[in-house]
Design a binder for this molecule. Structure first.
Ligand SMILES: Cc1cc2nc3c(=O)[nH]c(=O)nc-3n(C[C@H](O)[C@H](O)[C@H](O)COP(=O)(O)OP(=O)(O)OC[C@H]3O[C@@H](n4cnc5c(N)ncnc54)[C@H](O)[C@@H]3O)c2cc1C
Length: 461
């Protein structure tokens, strides 16, 4: 069962004695960001926006984004708006009118959620966009705003006292603040914990197929999936499939069991095996797989939310997937981890969204640090507020994965009846539940910082 929503609470001590305008401080604050993925780049934009000098260090020799599509829910769109990139992203995105859940056996509709009301309700739509486009826009904006992005920089060590980082070349770089945005297999997180946290697979594989939109438009069986451009999710036993049309590309994500826990890299998938695995699924799924010329696959990693996300010295913070480790529950040391649940944030389409929120909130809080002395408490406040929300979203993701992939049987029959039913409160499709949807999609990162500030003022009054 889903627990009631927790209410965001600020740091008990309050922050108002720390919050001043950075413009008044004697020298410009500097930050090093490890990783030029979606969340590292969003953080670079946020920090530049508040006048912090930014250098992003990326291990790869160029920008890279695995996969094709990404959903940008209204809360992510809001954060991206605050970062000044929403309109640019909207211009290359598609606005799906609905999300439709279907049975894997016959494709019958279990639930359809109207997305056309998102802008009226939350101020922003739910968009789907190409990851490469999103990444390029964030990268260009970061550069335009004055961030420096250095490629082929492999960060190997962090000195939290100094603070400084070391590269594999032996070079050392210093800054006032270091942000670890180096993804699910984060070196930064390992250095923060002071121990090795090797990634572990959930046993599930993500398989990504891209079709040309014209292939679907010309196919009588598939045309209705793209006219109009909805998001379609098929629910099957221990597997589910998500697909939607982007500008020019039809993006298909298959999540199924099948990873043996060894190779964590992106690889070519065996399409014959995919065809075999899904031969009992409805004709449209089979047709999609039949049209595919190739597919990529990679493991869906187990992730754990660590607490705190920051160093005690006030020199370091994690954002994005780096804020979650990837360990099986049995190998978790309870002294290190506050919570040990599975967190496939992909299931709630919120991984990057939470990272964008964090990027903005971290930047806003840092903008109010009058001096380095204030950083420990500000970063602690950042960690507290982000942990509360991220842990709740983890819970929803965990629950959603179970709902989407129920094996055939009485529980699945009951789930289907509830999905089809008229009751929205407590509906197994969590996005349809008005309270959960509003908490998830109605989140306003600026408002959260203002609330934190106002609440700390009244605490100290
Ligand atoms: C199948 C699937 C579907 C998803 N769908 C959605 C969705 O619809 N909506 C959504 O919001 N989220 C979604 N997510 C989650 C989302 O993709 C991630 O949360 C997001 O991409 C994480 O971005 P990041 O910048 O934190 O990490 P990453 O994208 O992993 O970037 C980390 C960067 O750090 C670099 N790096 C790593 N180590 C070092 C080092 N030592 N030194 C320097 N650089 C380093 C890497 O090269 C990389 O460029 C999905 C995830 C999956 C798996």
């Amino acid at each position: 069962m889903i627990r009631p929503l927790s209410i965001l609470r600020p740091s008990s001590q309050g922050l108002n004695h720390l919050l001043t305008d950075i413009g008044k401080s004697k020298r410009q604050m500097s930050a090093l960001i490890v990783g030029a993925g979606l969340c590292g780049l969003a953080t670079a934009i946020g920090l530049r926006k508040v006048g912090i000098r930014v250098t992003v260090l990326e291990r790869s020799s160029e920008l890279r984004e695995v996969g094709a599509g990404i959903q940008i829910p209204p809360n992510a769109a809001n954060a991206l708006h605050q970062l000044g990139v929403f309109e640019l992203i909207k211009a290359v995105s598609v606005q799906p009118p609905a999300i439709t859940l279907r049975s894997y056996t016959d494709g019958s509709i279990l639930r359809s959620l109207n997305l056309k009301t998102c802008t009226r309700t939350y101020g922003y739509p739910l968009l789907v966009t190409h990851r490469a486009d999103l990444c390029k826009i964030l990268y260009q904006k970061a550069l335009d705003d004055g961030a420096e992005v250095q490629f082929s920089c492999d960060v190997t060590e962090i000195n939290f006292q100094k603070p400084s980082i070391s590269l594999s070349t032996g070079e050392s770089l210093t800054a006032d603040v270091i942000v670890g945005a180096d993804g699910a297999r984060s070196v930064c997180r390992e250095r923060l914990l002071g121990r090795s946290v090797p990634p572990k697979s959930t046993g599930k594989l993500v398989k990504r197929i891209c079709l040309d939109m014209s292939q679907l438009r010309q196919d009588p069986l598939l045309r209705e999936l793209v006219e109009p451009h909805g998001i379609h999710i098929w629910l099957g036993p221990l597997s589910h499939i998500v697909c939607y049309g982007l500008q020019g590309v039809f993006n298909v994500v298959i999540i199924q069991l099948g990873h043996d826990g060894t190779n964590l890299d992106v690889q070519e998938a065996d399409l014959d095996k995919v065809r075999m695995d899904f031969q009992a699924w409805e004709p449209r799924v089979q047709r999609i797989i039949e049209l595919a010329k190739s597919a990529l696959q990679w493991p869906l990693l187990d992730s754990f939310l660590i607490n705190p996300w920051t160093s005690a010295e006030g020199s370091f913070a994690l954002v994005g997937d780096a804020a979650c480790t990837v360990l099986p529950a049995k190998s978790v040391n309870p002294e290190v981890f506050d919570e040990v649940e599975l967190i496939p944030q992909s299931v709630s389409a919120q991984g990057a969204a939470v990272g964008f929120e964090s990027a903005f909130i971290l930047s806003e809080l840092l903008s109010r640090a009058g001096s380095r002395d204030n950083l420990p408490e500000l970063l602690q406040a950042y960690s507290e507020v982000r942990w509360q929300r991220a842990s709740r979203i983890r819970e929803l993701s965990h629950y959603s994965l179970r709902i989407l992939e129920m094996p055939d049987g009485p529980e699945q029959v009951e789930r289907d009846a509830q999905l089809r039913g008229s009751e929205l409160r407590g509906n197994p499709f969590v996005w349809a539940d008005p309270a959960i949807q509003s908490w998830l999609w109605g989140f306003d990162a600026q408002n959260e910082v203002d609330k934190l500030w106002a609440s700390s003022q009244s605490t100290n009054a």
